[in-house]
Design a protein. Structure first.
Length: 756
């Protein structure tokens, strides 16, 4: 939201009351409070009839400095607020003649005394950002329509790039963009976002989280090119500056504050196949898909029933369409005999013809208007209402309906929608509907995730969710929404995922080959490679089936190849997933997240990291060409074993069984012996692959069991022409492979030596 008209003027009708002076600073029980007049006070008479901002600094956790700036503090907060996980921080307040310093861990806020209000934020001795100068900075604003806002403007340094702010399909670095935190269903080709997270990180090594669930408006090097501005339509603004030694530490600190991701079950990492959206299907159709995959030796692990498992006009009543599925419990049992997990599509919208509508209306479980009417419209489902998840009884009612499906054999739910939530409604708990618009999805996904965890335990619950907000990473998995069957849409899908990963989300997926329109065979095969090298992999579309034999004969071979490759890589992928659950560092992440001091990585959005040691560069054209950058170090292709030195760009042309897929040779890559399913005993017969080029370097890796517990820690060191590989707690036979040589160790053997 822009308020200025160039450098010197403001827009017509806009009044900006800027934080001008640090009038007084004093320590409080929780931190520091600053009295900030909106003019420089020279005599006592100027203290009359003057708006003053009250700025409080506090710390909800180590290395997180909260800033709460208020014009009027007496405004009632009706909520909702983000759920934050606070703990006592190591803080202190020190004062000199020129400044007051508030410290949390190694992150500090330096408050300048005197006529000009300013705060500079540091991590140790490194300047992160600052607020306050003669023209810009913190302010209270009224526009021409008398709307009020609290604004902050933080400095951006030369070369500083801004990332995150949720799943955004616009350019990866957000500089020059206007970004609005307002959840809508806009597809992947617009600036509208399904997942709006008011948190950003920069390549300067810090993050800023705006603690507000409603509309936060950002101007990112746009209104003032050296600033990032954010505003909220309130009398009070709260944000948190998050420090750390690296972007990894910043992400750990942010997800400690807003919630670590749950660990999805290992089976969820396998291949998902769906009925697609508007297609016609019954049990015979489904069996043709499932059996067709088995006949072609394509491992399939999850089958998903999309919208029309329920009868038209009755979404959602959570009842299988009896015309197509006369005995759904027996049908699901037959599916499970084939080794499949079952997912069904749901949303929180209740059509008027649903059997649940009258029930929800009678008990007050649906959102209402101010006059007591149920809020309804005809978009999506005729006469639909929405579940009021602020009502505990409505939550239980909704969960009980899901429990019936779980009892029938359903293993997980695709929690679609949760955006476009109306604001002309009254919530059971009195929540502000403007602030609930974005937050609604959090309550929705949380309610569904809780019932799954209740049934399957921690580590056993998985969603396939579209919408989200800060903290939504606690309820994985999320997918990218409605993309199209084009290379451009494939690329925007990746940008959205990388942006989401910079916002704290660890597990992310997308519709392989695009949701809208039917991809060409060429694109289908390229997207299969990309999709199976994502944390979660789903074949899904709108009006056509996405089974590979509908495209060409080779598509089945390509899908089989990459599905089996992913299954064999599960010891590595599941280990980094367990670490993501513990630390909050995303599995599938941007290059800059790992290489923030490598300027070549600042704007890379056509490739990504999978964990610490694998680089993936998909093909985004029908020529098979890919340009990719490898960071410093030595890298080896996992497909054709080409060895390349890092710190430079490469151009390659790949057939449909190839793409840029490189592992750091000075690392240990655990590879499993099973390639037809993702959930197996990873330790049994595991191979530790390594080709260390650096003499004396010590490498290590961890392997987790399928239940998420730590299984083995392996270390290796090269000394001249000898590589010593050691395994703690070697409970199964294992192998070590280096430079084409493989040494096998029996159960209980802790160490082997490979002589080159």
């Amino acid at each position: 939201m822009k308020f200025l008209n160039g450098m010197w003027c403001v827009k017509d009708g806009v009044t900006i009351l800027k934080a001008k002076q640090t009038y007084e600073v004093f320590a409080t029980e929780n931190g520091v409070q600053i009295t900030v007049p909106t003019t420089v006070i020279r005599d006592r008479g100027q203290t009359l009839n003057l708006p003053v901002l009250t700025v409080e600094l506090f710390s909800p956790r180590n290395n997180v400095i909260g800033v709460r700036a208020s014009h009027f503090k007496g405004v009632v907060n009706h909520g909702p607020d983000h759920e934050l996980f606070c703990e006592k921080a190591d803080t202190s307040v020190t004062e000199t003649e020129t400044e007051v310093v508030f410290r949390s861990g190694d992150t500090t806020a330096h408050i300048k005394k005197g006529d000009q209000f300013s705060i500079s934020y540091y991590y140790k001795d490194r300047l992160l950002t600052s607020t306050g100068d003669n023209l810009t900075g913190m302010a209270y604003i009224k526009d021409a329509d008398k709307n009020i806002y609290m604004r902050e403007m933080l400095n951006l340094s030369v070369g500083e790039a801004v990332y995150g702010l949720g799943e955004r399909f616009t350019p990866f670095a957000k500089n020059g963009q206007t970004v609005e935190m307002w959840a809508e269903d806009g597809g992947t080709c617009t600036e509208i976002a399904y997942k709006n997270v008011p948190f950003y990180m920069t390549n300067r090594g810090y993050g800023v989280f705006v603690n507000y669930t409603g509309k936060v408006s950002y101007e990112i090097a746009s209104e003032v090119v050296s600033k990032i501005q954010f505003t909220v339509p309130e009398e009070q603004l709260e944000y948190h500056v998050i420090g750390g030694e690296t972007l990894h530490e910043v992400m750990e600190n942010y997800t400690a504050l807003t919630g670590k991701p749950a660990l999805p079950p290992a089976w969820s990492f396998g291949l998902w196949l769906t009925t697609s959206f508007t297609t016609s299907y019954d049990e015979d159709t489904v069996n043709q898909f499932v059996d067709g995959m088995a006949e072609r030796d394509i491992p399939l692990h999850v089958f998903h029933y999309d919208c029309f498992w329920m009868r038209e006009f009755r979404w959602c009543d959570f009842t299988f369409d009896e015309r197509m599925f006369p005995d759904p419990k027996a049908m699901l049992a037959r599916m499970k005999e084939k080794g499949l997990k079952i997912c069904v599509w749901i949303n929180p919208y209740i059509g008027q013809l649903s059997t649940m509508f009258q029930e929800g209306m009678d008990h007050g479980y649906l959102l209402k208007k101010a006059n007591g009417d149920v809020w309804q419209w005809d978009m999506w489902q005729a006469g639909m209402g929405l579940v009021d998840f602020t009502n505990p009884a409505a939550v239980k009612w909704y969960q009980d309906k899901l429990q019936e499906l779980i009892d029938m054999g359903v293993d997980c739910f695709k929690t679609d929608f949760g955006e476009r939530i109306p604001t002309d409604v009254v919530y059971y708990d009195g929540s502000d509907p403007e602030r609930m618009h974005n937050y609604y999805t959090h309550l929705y996904n949380k309610a569904v995730f809780e019932v799954l965890e209740k049934n399957f335990g921690k580590g056993g619950a998985a969603l396939f969710a579209r919408s989200g907000i800060a903290g939504g990473q606690q309820f994985p998995v999320h997918w990218g929404g409605d993309c199209s069957g084009t290379y451009e849409s494939m690329a925007e899908t990746l940008r959205g995922g990388l942006s989401l990963s910079m916002s704290g989300y660890s597990f992310w997926s997308h519709d392989i080959s695009g949701f809208e329109s039917t991809a060409t065979p060429d694109l289908y095969k390229r997207w299969c490679a990309f999709g199976l090298l994502s944390t979660h992999s789903r074949l899904h579309g709108s009006s056509s089936y996405r089974v590979p034999w509908n495209f060409d004969d080779e598509a089945s071979d390509v899908l089989r190849f990459f599905t089996k490759l992913k299954c064999s890589l599960m010891p590595y992928l599941f280990a980094v997933s367990c670490q993501a659950h513990q630390t909050g560092i995303p599995v599938m992440r941007s290059m800059v997240m790992d290489h923030q001091n490598d300027r070549a990585c600042d704007y890379l959005d056509c490739q990504y990291k999978m964990g610490d040691n694998i680089v993936v560069a998909p093909v985004f054209n029908d020529r098979g060409e890919v340009d990719f950058y490898l960071p410093q170090g030595s890298w080896k292709s996992l497909i054709d074993e080409e060895e390349l030195e890092g710190g430079r760009w490469y151009h390659r042309v790949y057939d449909y069984f190839g793409l840029g897929l490189f592992v750091n040779v000075n690392s240990i890559l655990p590879v499993g012996k099973v390639d037809d399913r993702p959930d197996y005993e990873y330790l049994d017969g595991i191979t530790y692959q390594l080709d260390p080029t650096e003499d004396g370097v010590k490498m290590s890796a961890q392997v987790y069991r399928v239940d998420g517990t730590l299984g083995e820690t392996v270390t290796a060191v090269r000394e001249g022409n000898r590589i010593t590989v050691s395994v703690e707690n070697a409970a199964y036979p294992w192998q070590a492979k280096a430079f084409g040589q493989t040494v096998t160790a029996d159960k209980g053997i802790k160490e082997v030596v490979i002589t080159l």
